[in-house]
Each structure stands twice: as C-alpha cells, then as structure tokens.
Design a protein around this ligand. Structure first.
Ligand SMILES: NC(=O)c1ccc[n+]([C@@H]2O[C@H](COP(=O)([O-])OP(=O)(O)OC[C@H]3O[C@@H](n4cnc5c(N)ncnc54)[C@H](OP(=O)(O)O)[C@@H]3O)[C@@H](O)[C@H]2O)c1
Length: 330
C-alpha cells in the first residue's frame, strides 16, 4: 500500500482532524493561561525578611509555591510529613531558587499531636509569621479513622489546617501584616456540610465526596476566620488552583490514574497551578482583602451557599474547637 493511499484513508483523515483539534485545544489552554491569568513575572513583591510556612511543600503546587517564595527572599518553612521527601524537595528548591533560607519542618496534618508539636517548635524558631499557605491535602481515600478518632481525609484537609492556623495565630498577628491562604478546590461545590463527617460518622458519602466536603469546610472556615481576624492585620482567603497534573491522584485506582495521565496534556503543570496561590500570597492589590474565595483565574467568586451561612460557620467553628481541644488551656 502506498503512503498516499494510507494518508487518504478515512481513518487517517479523521485521526488528523482529531489531532489538530487536540493541539488547538492545548494551545488555547496555554494562551488563556499566559494572557488571562495574573502575571507572576510582573509582580514586584519582595519577601526579604519575611517568614512563610507552606504545608505539603515537598510536592506539586506546594513545592512550586515554596520555590517562588524562596526566590523572592522569604525564609520558607517547608512543612512536610516525610523527612526524606522533605529533604529532597528542600535540596531541589535550594538549587532552583539559590536560597539558603529554607527550613524543613516535620508535620503530619492528620495528627493533632503532630501539629501541636510542630507549632511549638515553629513558634520558638519563628515568633513572627507573615504567610501561611494551607496547601497539603489528600484525596481518594475511603473513610478511615485516625488513631485520634478523626476521619483521615477531613483531618488532613480541614481539621489539621484549622488547628495549625489557630495555633499560629499569635505569630501571624505579631507580624503586623500577614496572610493565610487556604488552597481549596473547584470540587467544593460538590460537597455538603455535615459536622459528623469529621469523626467518621454522618450522612453516607459517595466515592471521593469526602474530599469535596472537606474543601467545603475549608471555605466555611475561611469566611469565619476572616471575620474573627478583622482589624488584626491578618487576612485569610481561599483559592482554587484549577486542574493541575500533580501526585494528588496517587491514592486512586490505576484506571483513574491512567485517565488522569492521558488528560494531563490539557492540564496545568505545578508551576501554572501555583500561580493563583501565589496571587493570593503576593499581590499588593489584595492588601486588606479577606474572607474571599478566588477562582483559578484569580477572580473573586462566591463560595457554595453552605459555606456562606453564618450559623453553619459558627456551629462548625465550635465543633472544630471542641474536637481539637482548643477550648482547653494547656
Ligand atoms: N492537582 C489538582 O488538580 C488540584 C485541584 C484542586 C485543588 N488542589 C489542591 O491543591 C493542593 C496541593 O495539591 P497537589 O495537587 O499539589 O497534590 P500533591 O502533589 O499530592 O501534594 C499534596 C501535598 O500534601 C502533602 N500531604 C498529604 N497528606 C499530608 C499530611 N497528612 N500531612 C502533611 N502533608 C500531607 C503531600 O505529602 P506527601 O508527598 O508526603 O504525600 C504533598 O506534599 C491540595 O490542597 C489540593 O486539594 C489540587
């Protein structure tokens, strides 16, 4: 069969059209990202003398965020649960950012004991914290209880950040002006709020809906904390990084992971996924803006209705305080 007859076959024709469509789609994603998302390169914020804490800094978005903060002169505490993975990331970030102001902190955000221990050590080392990025999260886990009786997904994605932020509140306030950035997800709109989920009870959840619900709780927490921190110089906002090709799917079955890999051609990479998070961390125009949710295009959007309800937020706050023993004096 000649080359010409192969090229002129209907299969080849349809394949070519499909390939061109795929490439055009990919190109439009890149153009959209380059021209319509906040331009990191034009942001002049210098972080010399500032201290930033990034959870889940050894991988994906957290690693890319940490690298940019370090490049801008911040002392960055890479809060990671694995010393080995943390050290490897630290070496890579150090080499890429040429920063010597990186510190590794070990913390398992699903464990309240680990968070308390980490916060205590951190506060001794850094009495003032200018930026806290609550980035670490898991998804794809079935309902599992931690040794402390919390649901693993909710503990990592919501209760852990809740406790850590509260324990670091004094240091954030001492900084004079500080930001808390909660890394949320577009999936929050598929969740609902049932406080019993925090302890592995409550209404049944569909596959991976625990992730969606935990991110919704984070949105409710963002609004409530912003209200409580009014006038303190500390702002708190949440942001969706978009769909980003990272290790976030590592706990899913192989079929999901293959699909994620195949589609990754259209997704953002970690550096692109870090841009909305860096926007909330660095942009001068956000000075004083608090309690807002930002889309992956860096635009303020309303969080789902459940996360806007002040009674729900107050009740969730009270339950979280009780579960994390923040109401008990040490
Ligand atoms: N990727 C997306 O498409 C997407 C979309 C929307 C929102 N997000 C959000 O973006 C954030 C970053 O995710 P990513 O995509 O960059 O995923 P990733 O590469 O899997 O990073 C998640 C990070 O969280 C850490 N982590 C998980 N459990 C922890 C625990 N118990 N204690 C301390 N650290 C823990 C992981 O550490 P190990 O390496 O030790 O596991 C890792 O460093 C998450 O909040 C995620 O929900 C991502």
């Amino acid at each position: 069969m000649s080359l010409w007859s192969v090229l002129s076959s209907p299969v080849w024709g349809a394949g070519s059209v499909l390939l061109i469509l795929v490439l055009l789609l990919r190109l439009s994603v890149q153009i959209w990202h380059k021209f319509y998302i906040w331009d990191l390169q034009h942001c002049s914020t210098d972080l010399t003398g500032k201290t930033a804490v990034v959870t889940g800094a050894n991988s994906g978005i957290g690693k890319a965020v940490s690298q940019e903060l370090a490049r801008r002169g911040a002392r960055v505490i890479l809060a990671c649960r694995s010393r080995e993975r943390g050290q490897q990331a630290l070496a890579e970030i150090q080499a890429a950012s040429k920063s010597s102001r990186l510190l590794l902190g070990e913390v398992d955000l699903s464990s309240m004991a680990s968070i308390r221990c980490f916060a205590q050590r951190l506060l001794q080392e850094c009495p003032e914290i200018h930026l806290l990025v609550n980035n670490a999260a898991v998804c794809g886990f079935p309902a599992t209880l931690t040794p402390e009786g919390l649901d693993l997904t909710f503990a990592t994605n919501y209760t852990g950040p809740f406790l850590l932020t509260n324990l670091l509140q004094g240091a954030l306030q001492r900084a004079g002006s500080a930001r808390v950035v909660n890394v949320s997800s577009f999936r929050q709109s598929h969740g609902y709020i049932d406080e019993d989920h925090l302890v592995g009870a409550g209404r049944p959840l569909a596959f991976n809906q625990n992730y969606d619900c935990s991110k919704l709780l984070l949105a409710s927490f963002t609004g409530k904390l912003a209200q409580r921190l009014q006038g303190t110089g500390v702002t708190v906002n949440s942001v969706d990084p978009g769909v980003v090709y990272t290790k976030i799917m590592k706990h899913f079955s192989w079929s999901y992971r293959i699909l994620f890999w195949l589609l990754s051609f259209f997704f953002k990479d970690s550096k692109q996924g870090a841009v909305p998070v860096l926007y909330l961390s660095l942009a001068k125009e956000l000075d004083g803006i608090s309690g807002k949710h930002f889309s992956s295009s860096c635009v303020i959007t309303l969080p789902p209705e459940a996360a806007q309800d002040p009674h729900v937020a107050q009740s969730l706050w009270n339950t979280s305080v009780r579960l994390t023993n923040l109401d008990k004096v040490d």
